[in-house]
Design a binder for this molecule. Structure first.
Ligand code: SF4
Ligand code: SF4
Length: 358
């Protein structure tokens, strides 16, 4: 959340707590950047899944089910300890819907206890005043909600209309930073929705980003002229977000392939609910190794491994992590099987249809 914005209904005490948390988080982020520039040996950002189940069923999504159980708290703590021991800087909890996890507050506390920056991606449907206070108390530092449209439709219920009341609650009570992500591109009925969502986000004191969706076969497809205008406007509105430094997204908007070094499997890790390490949510199945068996040598190898999907990638958070290393260490290795004996390797999931980071 923008530190200087005053929102009606926010108490002076909340404003002070928000300001203090903002300054503390910003100081920790600067330290994180310094550490990342000095050494390439640790993960910068990890997405971890405590819960694959989701209360919604967006038709484009293949990152959820409606039956799986939450990962036990003790197991989550073990995984977080392993990541902290690797020197990880930021943990973002994702899903499924992580607010459905019964011990989420304790998961956040453990991330903070181990000195890592704590973020959360949620659809926001379970937020209320009491839940926001618990997230405040747990030490949450970033929260992101993706909103797909202004009014709910058959594709997605994550709409401004259904969520606006919860956004107001966040603007009044949250002391952590809030980012609202909207979407443009293939399958989005009305591109003007993204602009309305972004303006509402800024009005409430949040940062705003926009994700770009491609067609179903993963081809880069340029946005139309009006969509590009909207994209540039939303990026300008989101000027307080780190994403403004992301030139890749401008290339994606223009349908251009981009030349970068994806450091997934090393500087970025995706840990699924089974505790396996994957390149990212869009390339699940490789390397597919249990976190406890994922050695520094494996991370080092992935750091130098060319990712065949990089030129057409739309995963903006991994691209932002990549910026810190793009200027050094060209990649020259090819992916190779790294599964330890007796551990079955999951099937590789490649997804052409990407909706931002949710
Ligand atoms: S996009 Fe998010 S809210 Fe929608 S089904 Fe997938 S995990 Fe659930
Ligand atoms: S899809 Fe993007 S983030 Fe994922 S492995 Fe490929 S290049 Fe990296």
């Amino acid at each position: 959340m923008a530190e200087e914005t005053k929102v009606a209904g926010t108490t002076a005490k909340t404003r002070l707590r928000r300001r203090l948390r903002f300054l503390r988080t910003r100081a920790r982020e600067l330290k994180m950047i310094g550490k990342a520039l000095v050494s390439t040996k640790h993960p910068i950002l990890v997405h971890i899944i405590p819960m694959r189940q989701c209360n919604l069923a967006c038709t484009y999504c293949n990152e959820f089910d409606d039956f799986s159980k939450p990962v036990r708290l003790e197991e989550m703590k073990k995984r977080l300890d392993a990541l902290a021991d690797m020197g990880t800087s930021i943990i973002t909890i994702s899903g499924g819907e992580p607010l459905m996890h019964p011990d989420l507050d304790e998961v956040i506390r453990h991330i903070r206890r181990r000195g890592m920056i704590a973020g959360l991606i949620t659809n926001g449907f379970y937020l209320n005043e009491e839940r926001i206070e618990r997230l405040n108390d747990g030490g949450l530092e970033h929260l992101q909600i993706s909103i797909d449209n202004v009014a709910p439709d058959e594709v997605s219920k994550k709409s401004l209309k259904t969520l606006d009341g919860r956004l107001v609650m966040l603007s009044q009570h949250a002391i952590f930073q809030v980012n609202i992500n909207s979407v443009l591109g293939s399958g989005v009925k009305d591109p003007e929705d993204a602009l309305k969502i972004a303006h509402r986000a800024v009005e409430l004191g949040f940062t705003s980003t926009v994700g770009i969706i491609h067609d179903n076969n993963g081809q880069l497809k340029p946005l139309g002229p009006r969509e590009q205008e909207i994209f540039e406007e939303v990026m300008a509105l989101g000027k307080r977000s780190f994403s403004r430094f992301n030139e890749f997204q401008h290339n994606v908007a223009r349908g251009r392939e981009h030349n970068w070094r994806c450091r997934s499997g090393s500087r970025y890790l995706y840990i699924c609910e089974d505790g396996l390490v994957h390149w990212c949510s869009q390339q699940r199945g490789y390397p597919g190794i249990p976190l406890a068996q994922y050695t520094p040598e494996m991370r080092h190898r992935e750091y130098s491994t060319v990712k065949f999907c990089a030129p057409r990638c739309t995963v903006s958070c991994v691209q932002q992590v990549g910026i810190l290393d793009n200027w050094r260490d060209p990649q020259n290795l090819k992916p190779m099987p790294m599964t330890p004996p007796a551990t079955p390797q999951a099937e590789l999931v490649q997804i052409g249809h990407v909706r931002g980071d949710s």
